[in-house]
Design a protein around this ligand. Structure first.
Ligand code: HEC
Length: 239
Protein backbone atom coordinates (compact mmCIF):
# COMPACT_ATOMS: atom_id res chain seq x y z
CA UNK A 1 0.00 0.00 0.00
CA UNK A 2 2.83 2.33 0.95
CA UNK A 3 4.60 1.54 -2.29
CA UNK A 4 1.45 2.27 -4.27
CA UNK A 5 1.03 5.63 -2.55
CA UNK A 6 4.62 6.57 -3.34
CA UNK A 7 4.18 5.68 -6.99
CA UNK A 8 1.05 7.78 -7.24
CA UNK A 9 2.77 10.69 -5.64
CA UNK A 10 5.67 10.35 -8.06
CA UNK A 11 3.32 10.29 -11.02
CA UNK A 12 1.58 13.40 -9.82
CA UNK A 13 4.91 15.17 -9.47
CA UNK A 14 5.95 14.07 -12.96
CA UNK A 15 2.63 15.15 -14.44
CA UNK A 16 2.90 18.51 -12.75
CA UNK A 17 6.46 18.88 -14.02
CA UNK A 18 5.43 18.17 -17.62
CA UNK A 19 2.49 20.50 -17.48
CA UNK A 20 4.66 23.27 -16.10
CA UNK A 21 7.24 22.77 -18.85
CA UNK A 22 4.68 23.19 -21.64
CA UNK A 23 2.28 25.94 -22.51
CA UNK A 24 -0.75 25.63 -20.26
CA UNK A 25 -3.83 24.36 -22.08
CA UNK A 26 -7.38 25.46 -21.49
CA UNK A 27 -9.65 22.76 -19.99
CA UNK A 28 -11.83 22.83 -23.09
CA UNK A 29 -8.84 21.64 -25.18
CA UNK A 30 -8.13 18.75 -22.81
CA UNK A 31 -11.66 17.34 -22.75
CA UNK A 32 -13.43 17.68 -26.09
CA UNK A 33 -17.20 18.13 -25.89
CA UNK A 34 -19.39 15.11 -26.61
CA UNK A 35 -19.64 14.47 -30.32
CA UNK A 36 -16.36 16.25 -31.11
CA UNK A 37 -13.44 14.36 -32.67
CA UNK A 38 -10.85 13.22 -30.13
CA UNK A 39 -7.88 13.85 -32.39
CA UNK A 40 -6.84 10.19 -32.22
CA UNK A 41 -6.02 7.76 -35.02
CA UNK A 42 -5.90 8.30 -38.77
CA UNK A 43 -8.08 7.40 -41.74
CA UNK A 44 -7.78 3.69 -42.69
CA UNK A 45 -5.69 2.97 -45.77
CA UNK A 46 -7.46 1.43 -48.78
CA UNK A 47 -5.39 -1.77 -48.29
CA UNK A 48 -6.51 -1.99 -44.66
CA UNK A 49 -10.15 -1.64 -45.64
CA UNK A 50 -9.72 -4.23 -48.41
CA UNK A 51 -8.27 -6.75 -45.92
CA UNK A 52 -11.50 -6.60 -43.90
CA UNK A 53 -13.98 -5.91 -46.65
CA UNK A 54 -14.10 -9.45 -48.02
CA UNK A 55 -17.72 -10.32 -47.55
CA UNK A 56 -19.57 -12.36 -50.14
CA UNK A 57 -23.35 -12.06 -50.31
CA UNK A 58 -25.90 -14.76 -51.20
CA UNK A 59 -26.45 -13.11 -54.59
CA UNK A 60 -22.73 -13.54 -55.38
CA UNK A 61 -21.75 -9.91 -54.74
CA UNK A 62 -18.12 -9.81 -53.61
CA UNK A 63 -17.06 -13.10 -55.25
CA UNK A 64 -13.73 -12.80 -57.05
CA UNK A 65 -13.23 -14.44 -60.46
CA UNK A 66 -11.97 -17.99 -60.18
CA UNK A 67 -12.89 -21.65 -60.09
CA UNK A 68 -11.98 -24.96 -58.51
CA UNK A 69 -13.03 -28.60 -58.80
CA UNK A 70 -13.88 -31.27 -56.25
CA UNK A 71 -10.69 -33.31 -56.70
CA UNK A 72 -8.37 -30.32 -56.31
CA UNK A 73 -10.48 -29.28 -53.35
CA UNK A 74 -10.04 -32.69 -51.75
CA UNK A 75 -6.25 -32.40 -52.02
CA UNK A 76 -6.15 -28.97 -50.39
CA UNK A 77 -8.74 -30.01 -47.83
CA UNK A 78 -6.74 -33.09 -46.79
CA UNK A 79 -3.68 -30.93 -46.31
CA UNK A 80 -5.23 -27.90 -44.64
CA UNK A 81 -8.49 -28.96 -43.01
CA UNK A 82 -8.80 -32.70 -42.43
CA UNK A 83 -6.66 -32.72 -39.27
CA UNK A 84 -9.50 -30.93 -37.48
CA UNK A 85 -12.62 -31.56 -39.55
CA UNK A 86 -11.97 -35.21 -40.56
CA UNK A 87 -11.12 -36.65 -43.99
CA UNK A 88 -14.76 -36.57 -45.12
CA UNK A 89 -15.70 -33.38 -43.28
CA UNK A 90 -17.43 -35.56 -40.69
CA UNK A 91 -15.72 -33.72 -37.80
CA UNK A 92 -13.01 -35.01 -35.48
CA UNK A 93 -13.25 -35.13 -31.69
CA UNK A 94 -14.79 -31.79 -30.74
CA UNK A 95 -13.96 -29.98 -34.00
CA UNK A 96 -17.10 -29.13 -35.94
CA UNK A 97 -18.53 -31.50 -38.55
CA UNK A 98 -18.96 -29.87 -41.95
CA UNK A 99 -21.13 -32.62 -43.44
CA UNK A 100 -23.95 -34.93 -42.44
CA UNK A 101 -26.88 -34.17 -40.17
CA UNK A 102 -29.60 -34.26 -42.87
CA UNK A 103 -33.06 -34.56 -41.38
CA UNK A 104 -31.94 -33.86 -37.81
CA UNK A 105 -33.04 -30.22 -37.52
CA UNK A 106 -36.37 -31.05 -35.87
CA UNK A 107 -34.73 -33.26 -33.26
CA UNK A 108 -33.90 -32.18 -29.76
CA UNK A 109 -30.19 -32.36 -30.56
CA UNK A 110 -29.96 -31.22 -34.21
CA UNK A 111 -26.72 -31.70 -36.12
CA UNK A 112 -26.20 -28.39 -37.87
CA UNK A 113 -23.69 -28.63 -40.71
CA UNK A 114 -23.12 -26.88 -44.02
CA UNK A 115 -25.27 -29.51 -45.73
CA UNK A 116 -28.05 -29.80 -43.18
CA UNK A 117 -28.35 -26.22 -41.97
CA UNK A 118 -26.54 -23.46 -43.87
CA UNK A 119 -28.92 -21.64 -46.21
CA UNK A 120 -26.41 -20.07 -48.61
CA UNK A 121 -23.24 -21.30 -50.26
CA UNK A 122 -21.83 -17.76 -50.05
CA UNK A 123 -21.47 -18.22 -46.28
CA UNK A 124 -19.27 -21.28 -46.85
CA UNK A 125 -17.05 -19.45 -49.33
CA UNK A 126 -16.84 -16.34 -47.18
CA UNK A 127 -16.20 -18.20 -43.91
CA UNK A 128 -13.52 -20.50 -45.32
CA UNK A 129 -11.76 -17.73 -47.23
CA UNK A 130 -11.89 -15.33 -44.30
CA UNK A 131 -11.15 -17.48 -41.27
CA UNK A 132 -9.84 -20.95 -42.13
CA UNK A 133 -7.60 -22.85 -41.64
CA UNK A 134 -8.07 -22.01 -38.00
CA UNK A 135 -4.95 -20.27 -36.68
CA UNK A 136 -3.56 -19.69 -40.17
CA UNK A 137 -6.42 -17.79 -41.79
CA UNK A 138 -6.40 -16.12 -45.19
CA UNK A 139 -3.73 -18.26 -46.82
CA UNK A 140 -6.24 -19.66 -49.34
CA UNK A 141 -6.42 -18.11 -52.82
CA UNK A 142 -9.81 -17.60 -54.46
CA UNK A 143 -9.24 -20.73 -56.60
CA UNK A 144 -8.32 -22.79 -53.50
CA UNK A 145 -11.50 -21.58 -51.85
CA UNK A 146 -13.70 -22.47 -54.85
CA UNK A 147 -12.09 -25.93 -54.88
CA UNK A 148 -12.60 -26.52 -51.15
CA UNK A 149 -16.18 -25.26 -51.34
CA UNK A 150 -16.79 -27.70 -54.21
CA UNK A 151 -15.31 -30.50 -52.09
CA UNK A 152 -17.54 -29.56 -49.15
CA UNK A 153 -20.59 -29.73 -51.44
CA UNK A 154 -19.38 -33.14 -52.61
CA UNK A 155 -18.82 -34.44 -49.09
CA UNK A 156 -22.40 -33.41 -48.30
CA UNK A 157 -23.66 -35.43 -51.27
CA UNK A 158 -24.86 -32.29 -53.06
CA UNK A 159 -22.70 -32.53 -56.22
CA UNK A 160 -20.86 -35.26 -58.18
CA UNK A 161 -17.10 -35.73 -58.05
CA UNK A 162 -16.58 -34.02 -61.43
CA UNK A 163 -18.23 -30.79 -60.31
CA UNK A 164 -16.40 -27.50 -60.94
CA UNK A 165 -17.46 -24.44 -58.94
CA UNK A 166 -16.76 -20.94 -60.25
CA UNK A 167 -17.96 -17.39 -59.82
CA UNK A 168 -20.14 -18.02 -62.88
CA UNK A 169 -22.20 -21.01 -61.67
CA UNK A 170 -21.97 -20.13 -57.97
CA UNK A 171 -25.51 -18.79 -57.47
CA UNK A 172 -27.03 -21.80 -59.25
CA UNK A 173 -26.19 -24.02 -56.26
CA UNK A 174 -29.22 -24.34 -53.98
CA UNK A 175 -28.59 -25.37 -50.39
CA UNK A 176 -31.08 -27.93 -48.96
CA UNK A 177 -32.10 -25.73 -46.01
CA UNK A 178 -32.45 -22.48 -47.98
CA UNK A 179 -36.18 -22.34 -47.14
CA UNK A 180 -35.69 -23.26 -43.49
CA UNK A 181 -35.35 -19.64 -42.38
CA UNK A 182 -37.93 -16.90 -42.00
CA UNK A 183 -37.62 -13.15 -42.30
CA UNK A 184 -36.91 -11.49 -38.97
CA UNK A 185 -40.20 -9.64 -38.53
CA UNK A 186 -39.82 -8.89 -34.81
CA UNK A 187 -39.56 -5.16 -35.49
CA UNK A 188 -43.15 -5.16 -36.78
CA UNK A 189 -44.75 -8.08 -34.94
CA UNK A 190 -43.22 -8.30 -31.48
CA UNK A 191 -41.90 -4.84 -30.85
CA UNK A 192 -45.27 -3.13 -31.14
CA UNK A 193 -46.83 -5.67 -28.77
CA UNK A 194 -44.19 -5.15 -26.11
CA UNK A 195 -43.68 -1.42 -26.51
CA UNK A 196 -47.33 -0.32 -26.13
CA UNK A 197 -47.84 2.24 -23.37
CA UNK A 198 -48.51 0.15 -20.21
CA UNK A 199 -51.62 0.84 -18.14
CA UNK A 200 -50.54 2.11 -14.71
CA UNK A 201 -53.83 2.96 -12.96
CA UNK A 202 -57.49 2.02 -13.03
CA UNK A 203 -56.69 -0.73 -15.44
CA UNK A 204 -59.56 -3.00 -14.42
CA UNK A 205 -63.13 -2.06 -13.58
CA UNK A 206 -63.50 -4.74 -10.99
CA UNK A 207 -60.69 -6.32 -8.95
CA UNK A 208 -61.39 -9.46 -6.90
CA UNK A 209 -59.42 -12.38 -5.51
CA UNK A 210 -60.18 -15.46 -7.58
CA UNK A 211 -57.82 -17.98 -5.96
CA UNK A 212 -55.23 -18.29 -3.20
CA UNK A 213 -51.73 -19.47 -4.05
CA UNK A 214 -51.78 -21.99 -1.21
CA UNK A 215 -54.95 -23.60 -2.59
CA UNK A 216 -53.48 -23.69 -6.08
CA UNK A 217 -50.56 -25.49 -4.42
CA UNK A 218 -47.92 -23.25 -5.98
CA UNK A 219 -46.56 -22.31 -2.56
CA UNK A 220 -44.26 -24.97 -1.10
CA UNK A 221 -45.65 -26.39 2.11
CA UNK A 222 -43.87 -25.82 5.40
CA UNK A 223 -44.38 -24.82 8.98
CA UNK A 224 -46.83 -22.02 9.45
CA UNK A 225 -48.37 -22.35 5.98
CA UNK A 226 -51.67 -23.84 5.02
CA UNK A 227 -52.55 -25.89 1.99
CA UNK A 228 -49.50 -27.64 0.53
CA UNK A 229 -48.27 -28.78 3.93
CA UNK A 230 -51.51 -30.61 4.63
CA UNK A 231 -51.14 -32.64 1.43
CA UNK A 232 -47.63 -33.88 2.24
CA UNK A 233 -47.56 -37.25 3.99
CA UNK A 234 -46.89 -36.68 7.70
CA UNK A 235 -44.34 -39.52 7.89
CA UNK A 236 -42.40 -38.59 4.77
CA UNK A 237 -38.75 -39.49 5.21
CA UNK A 238 -35.75 -40.29 3.07
CA UNK A 239 -35.39 -43.98 3.90
C1 HEC B 1 -6.73 -26.36 -36.19
C2 HEC B 1 -8.03 -26.89 -36.43
C3 HEC B 1 -8.75 -26.42 -37.69
C4 HEC B 1 -8.31 -26.46 -38.98
C5 HEC B 1 -6.98 -26.94 -39.52
C6 HEC B 1 -9.42 -25.97 -39.78
N1 HEC B 1 -10.48 -25.67 -38.99
FE1 HEC B 1 -12.31 -25.08 -39.62
N2 HEC B 1 -12.90 -24.84 -37.69
C7 HEC B 1 -12.11 -25.06 -36.60
C8 HEC B 1 -12.79 -24.59 -35.41
C9 HEC B 1 -12.26 -24.61 -34.00
C10 HEC B 1 -14.02 -24.07 -35.84
C11 HEC B 1 -15.10 -23.40 -35.00
C12 HEC B 1 -14.72 -21.95 -34.93
C13 HEC B 1 -15.76 -21.13 -34.21
O1 HEC B 1 -16.87 -21.61 -33.97
O2 HEC B 1 -15.43 -19.97 -33.91
C14 HEC B 1 -14.07 -24.27 -37.27
C15 HEC B 1 -15.14 -23.94 -38.06
C16 HEC B 1 -15.21 -24.17 -39.41
C17 HEC B 1 -16.39 -23.97 -40.22
C18 HEC B 1 -17.75 -23.54 -39.66
C19 HEC B 1 -18.47 -24.76 -39.10
C20 HEC B 1 -19.83 -24.44 -38.51
O3 HEC B 1 -20.78 -25.21 -38.74
O4 HEC B 1 -19.94 -23.43 -37.80
C21 HEC B 1 -16.06 -24.27 -41.50
C22 HEC B 1 -16.96 -24.21 -42.70
C23 HEC B 1 -14.66 -24.64 -41.49
N3 HEC B 1 -14.18 -24.57 -40.20
C24 HEC B 1 -13.94 -25.01 -42.61
C25 HEC B 1 -12.58 -25.28 -42.59
C26 HEC B 1 -11.80 -25.49 -43.79
C27 HEC B 1 -12.35 -25.51 -45.19
C28 HEC B 1 -10.51 -25.69 -43.38
C29 HEC B 1 -9.31 -25.90 -44.25
C30 HEC B 1 -8.99 -24.83 -45.17
C31 HEC B 1 -10.50 -25.65 -41.94
N4 HEC B 1 -11.77 -25.38 -41.49
C32 HEC B 1 -9.39 -25.88 -41.17
C33 HEC B 1 -10.87 -25.67 -36.59
C34 HEC B 1 -10.10 -25.90 -37.70
Amino acid sequence: MLKFRNTTALLIVLAAGTAAAETPVAPSDVAPAAGQPLGLGRPALPEEIAAWNLDVSPDGTGLPDGSGDVMTGEEIYLEQCAACHGDFAEGLDNWPALSGGEGTLDREDPEKTIGSYWPYLSTVWDYVHRSMPFGNAQILTPDDTYAITAYLLYSNGLVEDDFVLSNENFTEVQMPNADGFIEDDRAEIEYSAFSAEPCMENCKDNVEITMHASVLDVTPGGEGTEGGAEDAPADASLD
